[in-house]
Design a protein around this ligand. Structure first.
Ligand SMILES: C[S@@+](CC[C@H](N)C(=O)[O-])C[C@H]1O[C@@H](n2cnc3c(N)ncnc32)[C@H](O)[C@@H]1O
Length: 249
């Protein structure tokens, strides 16, 4: 049996993520129009959609509001607790995306800002195999993943993401390890609890993949009609090397 690499610890940051990340405005004005363009316009209204690495479930909620049958899957119990509050009529599954096993009932599987946490090609292939199995014939997989071909040469040694509101703050400092094409992300969160600031710290790892490796892993498990887009070409100001892939079972 192969031992899996560790998953990022989101538990101490669940409230902070829920308050600061993937806001409804970002989803409604950014993600939904993009999905509409790529896939939703071709789907029947009752289509079944699985969001892999759904976090606090805000995309699941917005898709449910548009009439789709939605399921979210994530490895973080605390984020799923928020997801069940945000999207009470949707189904949620606690699982690792490298190990889930669902019957072929989904028309679409989505995964946004999740596969960057898969640290090698073998585990990426396992995720793709699980997705392929969960899709109906002709079903579509849409996902984002960072591409080293586009970012390695221009990657700064460090960059930051900072999100703040009155009660929460999240600081992510990315440090590049060029030999492994991995980013070590130092994460610090603050949340106000009964007038006291609670601080949490952890480290997450982000892996950047070669385009050819992503395509060959998709190909290997049986996906067809594989296309990819640079997020910059899809209108993002700053893509950090992120690609959006679309492929079909
Ligand atoms: C950056 S958040 C993105 C959440 C959501 N997709 C969004 O766009 O807001 C990454 C999510 O991936 C989940 N995740 C990371 N690795 C995972 C794994 N191996 N299995 C299941 N979930 C995973 C985390 O728990 C977290 O909810």
């Amino acid at each position: 049996m192969t031992l899996l690499t560790s998953i990022p610890n989101y538990e101490p940051f669940a409230r902070i993520e829920n308050e600061l990340k993937s806001t409804n405005q970002e989803i409604v004005e950014g993600i939904i129009p993009l999905l509409e363009h790529l896939i939703l316009q071709h789907l029947p209204k009752e289509a079944r959609i699985l969001d892999l690495g759904c976090g606090s479930g805000k995309l699941v909620q917005q898709l449910h509001l548009r009439g789709y049958q939605t399921t979210g899957l994530d490895a973080s119990p605390e984020l799923l607790r928020y997801a069940r509050i945000n999207a009470p009529e949707s189904e949620f599954i606690l699982s690792d995306i490298r190990e889930f096993d669902l019957p072929p009932t989904f028309d679409v599987v989505l995964s946004h800002i999740v596969l960057l946490f898969i640290l090698n090609a073998e585990e990426l292939t396992s995720v793709f195999r699980n997705v392929h199995k969960a899709l109906r014939n002709n079903g579509v997989f849409v996902f984002t993943i960072p591409i080293t071909d586009w970012f390695h040469e221009i990657a700064p040694p460090t960059f930051n993401h900072v999100n703040v509101n009155d009660e929460c703050a999240l600081i992510e400092i990315f440090h590049y390890k060029p030999e492994q094409r991995i980013w070590e992300i130092q994460v610090t969160g603050f949340e106000l609890i009964e007038n006291n600031w609670k601080r949490s710290d952890t480290t997450w790892l982000r892996k950047d993949f070669f385009l050819a490796d992503v395509r060959s892993a998709l190909d290997k498990v049986g996906f067809t009609d594989i296309s990819h887009y640079n997020f910059k070409d899809l209108g993002a100001d700053d893509s950090d090397g992120m690609a959006c892939f679309v492929c079909r079972k």
